[in-house]
Design a protein around this ligand. Structure first.
Ligand code: F6P
Length: 426
């Protein structure tokens, strides 16, 4: 029997809790959501349980700093109740099949961490603590201004007043803060977003992947542009795969793309292509250095390469039907599935995360669907029909928690596309 699964490392066995640790405004929620996005994209069932959301849903917003004062008994009681509620919800979700729970709370005392750790252990779950420490005041201030002042907690509150209140909230936690150093726990400690990283008792497939992922994390806001190559001869004929050249329209697109980059780039982007002619021919018009990635090659159609969908349906009806039935796991004979493509694109995602310069990826439909899915927080089964049209640039820029998307359908210069005189339609 051939096992069909998302990942060769049997993720179905994975049951892990990631417990965030850190003072307020240290980017815990940012890190938690980022890890969830990455793990879900890889095919794990991962979910964040954010205690701030529990507080707002159950007790409403508008809690001022006194609520978080350790001397406020009523505040302590309510906060403990919420912490327990979120933890128990997470454990129940894991009982129902959840694989990686991300517990997003401050967890700043040894006592609290022990309680969380022991409760997870009772459920037979592995625990890894992920602590974010910030010693750089500018990062904390930027975080307060960007994420906290716009939070529902401070709706209608004047920004300076809200910032003052939030700093007072931080002070309450600071007095009781015990940075993680428990000898018997697994933990990853991040200091100033990757300036220093400490790993303690880290082992296993997922924690290992996360170490790499977190190491590449930074806060530089630069665009990532995704585009398919210009129209190819095979696109025109409706044939999949192959290594055909661009059509006249495809060449017009290559020039339109070069103008787009000249107009939009604050500085020249790093350009990545696949090893196939159609992406290279598209990128050449940019007159910028480009890097060819084998990992960016289009999904391998195996024995169906260079055929039209109609030819596949006619000559190999079983194969055609099998792909229709399970496009995610279906592997073309001697070719690839979307699962295979996701696995080979994982290092590309790591590199895109690590890179601090703008990047332009000139790729292919299936490959870009998978990359795009990562940035827009889609699970593998949502990847398969994502709309990645030709002659369009998709711009993704990191926002406070999610990537912000803009699409530019470029008008072909010298080509037959409807001419408004504009170089692009947003
Ligand atoms: O048709 C263009 C193309 O890039 C093919 O080379 C590739 O096989 C196909 O798109 C992938 O799309 P789908 O997975 O929907 O068949």
């Amino acid at each position: 029997m051939v096992l069909s699964r998302m990942n060769p490392f049997t993720p179905e066995k994975t049951r892990l809790v990631l417990v965030l640790v850190g003072l307020p405004a240290r980017g815990k929620t940012y890190i938690g959501r980022k890890m969830a996005r990455y793990l879900n994209w890889l095919g794990f069932a991962a979910r964040v349980f954010n205690i701030g959301d529990y507080r707002r849903t159950r007790l409403g917003h508008h809690h001022r700093h006194d609520f978080f004062n350790p001397n406020n008994e009523e505040g302590n009681r309510l906060r403990n109740e919420l912490a327990t509620l979120a933890l128990e919800d997470m454990l129940n979700w894991m009982k129902l099949g959840g694989q990686i729970g991300i517990y997003d709370a401050t967890n700043t005392t040894i006592l609290r961490r022990r309680q969380v750790h022991d409760r997870c252990l009772q459920h037979g779950l592995d625990v890894v603590f992920v602590e974010s420490v910030c010693e750089d005041p500018s990062i904390i201030e930027a975080n307060i201004r960007e994420t906290k002042l716009t939070s529902p907690d401070y709706e209608g509150v004047e920004p300076d007043e809200a910032a003052r209140d939030f700093r007072a909230r931080i002070d309450h936690y600071t007095r009781a803060y015990e940075p993680i150093q428990e000898e018997n726990y697994s933990y990853i400690k991040l200091i100033d977003v990757g300036r220093v990283m400490v790993m303690h008792q880290i082992q296993g497939y997922v924690p290992g992947k996360l170490v790499n992922f977190l190491m590449n994390m930074h806060l530089v806001r630069r665009p990532i542009w995704l585009t398919r190559h210009g129209e190819s001869e095979f696109n025109l004929q409706g044939r999949i795969g192959g290594d055909s050249s661009l059509t006249d329209d495809g060449r017009h697109y290559a020039r339109a793309l070069a103008s787009f980059v000249r107009e939009h780039a604050i500085r020249p982007p790093i350009v990545w292509t696949s090893t196939l002619s159609r992406t290279v021919e598209t990128a050449r018009e940019l007159h910028l250095p480009y890097l060819q990635w084998r990992a960016l090659d289009e999904i391998d159609g195996g024995v169906c390469d260079s055929m039209t969908y109609e030819e596949i349906a006619e000559r190999m009806p079983d194969e055609f039907a099998a792909r229709q039935a399970d496009k995610l796991n279906y592997r073309y004979p001697r070719g690839e599935s979307y699962v295979d493509v996701t696995q080979r694109l994982e290092p590309v995602i790591q590199e895109l995360e690590r890179e601090r310069e703008p990047v332009l990826v000139v790729g292919h439909q299936a490959v870009l669907r998978v990359l795009y899915a990562y940035f827009t927080d889609r699970r593998p089964e949502q990847v398969l029909h994502l709309d990645i049209p030709i002659h369009t640039v998709i711009e993704l820029t990191p926002g406070p928690y999610a990537f912000v998307e803009r699409r530019f359908a470029l008008t072909l210069q010298g080509g037959p596309a409807p001419g408004t005189g504009d170089a692009m339609r947003d």
